[in-house]
Design a protein around this ligand. Sequence first.
Ligand code: SAM
Length: 242
Amino acid sequence: MRRFFFDPNNRKGDSIFLADEESRHIAKVLRLPAGSEIELLDGQGTVYQAIIVATGRQVEARIAAVVVEDQGAGKAVWVGQGILKGEKMDTVVQKCTELGVSRFSPFASSRCQGKADLGQNRKRHERWQRIGLAACKQCLRPRLMQIDAPVDLADLLRDTDATLCLLFWEEEKAVHLQDIPELPEAQSVALLLGPEGGFSREEIDLARRFGWLTVSLGERILRAETATLTAVSIVQYLSGNL
Ligand code: SAM
């Protein structure tokens, strides 16, 4: 059955009013008439069976039943990603959604290539949110991945409150993911991966002062997007989520 997300603020009793993009998709692209059955997701883990009652610029649907209620008790995996050029970032957002990352925070750091202004960052953030939403629908994930607006690395290092904070660094030779005994049971894990140019020595020192542990992904230097997807996959596997 076709799935659409809605903003829980746009629910009145059993009536759901869909946002512009989802309404356009239903009315103009799919041309679903009133009476069609759809699934509606609140992005927080609940999936509803619903019937379209009005189409047009704003589609209205009525909830018929709750299909799935995901309590979200599993491990929270938070990815901090140095902003990558062009479509590489889109790929990382899409794949992290599929792999079950709960929160994704793009960050700017000293070795990010090209400096984006506020307007560009806002546009890219909106694009990543659209990509995340589409990936959730495709992989039948009921809970949206939270995608933050870009922040500075120093703010992210300071503000992360995960149980375990891991920074992936190609110069770390001793610590690998399988060497961290608390990883499988940790309630929340933050994974930090650098942009194409990696982290500077000063950034590594700052992260360590904030309690981040540096971790290796092996002897070869991986491309940034390969490193992120590898790190997430291993963490999810060791945590029983893959
Ligand atoms: N500093 C390097 C350079 O410019 O040649 C490489 C940066 S690498 C392309 C991008 C990011 O991927 C790094 O900041 C790191 O987070 C991650 N990464 C790549 N290979 C890694 C490895 N073998 N171990 C840990 N992290 C790795």
